[in-house]
Design a protein around this ligand. Sequence first.
Ligand code: HEM
Length: 435
Amino acid sequence: MTHTPHDPHAGSAAEAPGLSRRGLLGLAIGAGAAGLAVGAGAGAASGVAIGRAQATDATAAVYDFFGAHQAGITTPVQDHLHFAAFDMMARTDRDDLVSLLQDWSYAASRITQGLDVSATGAVGGAPEAPPDDTGEALGLAASGLTITFGFGPTLFESDGVDRYGIAARRPAGLKRLPAFLGDALDPAASGGDLFIQACADDPQVAVHAIRNLSRIAFGRARIRWSQLGFGRTSRTTAAQSTPRNLFGFKDGTANILATDTAALDEHVWVVASDEPAWMAGGSYLVARKIAMLIETWDRVRLSEQNAIVGRDKGAGAPLSGGDEFTEPDFDATDAAGRPLIPVTSHVHLAHPERNDGTRMLRRGYNFVDGNNELGRLDAGLFFLSYQRSPDQFVRVQRALSTDAMNEYIRHVGSGVWAVPPGAQPGSFVGATLFA
Ligand code: HEM
């Protein structure tokens, strides 16, 4: 495979980015299986664990990059997110796409272990050359970093063109989401040929990941849009407390947990009998950037806030009674015969009982992107859900068309991606698509 720069901006490739397009790849792919089998041990063996710190409790977690499923889905939800959607550059070919996924996998397999993106990293290379790693994570622990990759519908076919020879392998369910009532989508925060979700317990570690992976993509793909998130709005293990979203409500109470393997197999993981076979062990991600009109919400009385959500703001218990984890009773009524959980409440409409048992694994984050000219916070929920088919999201989002919460939210960004199974040691994420 030869890789000549095709992009108009690539003229400066030799001098500007400091990474020849095969710079890291020489280490990763040239070394074959052994080159990709990177872990803390491998890094130490080659003497490259440059300057990373002893982890504190908050940053001690280290998750494998390799495995049957990609990390960052059932992994205990970390506190910070940096999400980026990428578009492939003009005139790239199948080799460019494969080499990009190989380079990304190699770098991800290292940085998730608390190592620099390459063996020479931030400070171990030639003084005359820009370093491979940008360096801002030197001294920081792995911090529970997970990096999750996926493929958008446009990667398979864009304007009728099969750029990478994969159109025939597009999962039938992977297509642009339908329009929903009330959508106010900004194309500049929607779509993308590829996505990378970086989650970590230290925001600088998540940002370092996206920064370096987009740098590695130079000449092949560039960021189309991105989102920073803080404060997880879900939980994926029973040990995690339920966090709160910016409406002040507990969010993630009724989520699918990592220990519930039966629910994961039924609702989250693509199984071998689903088409296409290359997606087995994978999932589908839906991202929705949802603006919250928080100044308006903050003027709503507490009883109405509770009625809109269908749960009690303090304890998170359903309005039909009990504690946070009591199942909602939608038949319970007050003395006047009115349902205790209003039929227009978010929980009533989103509950599996109302949606033929449809469930999803939610993994969203709060965001505040500064403020508007009126001094209002540009804030909301960056909703992320993983499911076995995008139809699950579509079903529930349609059911939410009469949600009383809609008065206080606007969906402003959207995307859907196929999330391939986890990479095997010695291979790369997405390899099954090209097999
Ligand atoms: C800013 C927008 C949103 C806010 C503030 C919000 C908030 C909440 C809250 C507070 C709960 C109750 C606690 C829990 O079980 O997690 C909940 C539950 C839920 N939400 Fe949302 N949500 C939003 C958007 C969405 C969207 C777009 C979907 C999917 C289309 C969705 C699907 C669900 C589901 C499936 C549940 C669990 C229902 C159950 O099983 O009881 N939410 N949400």
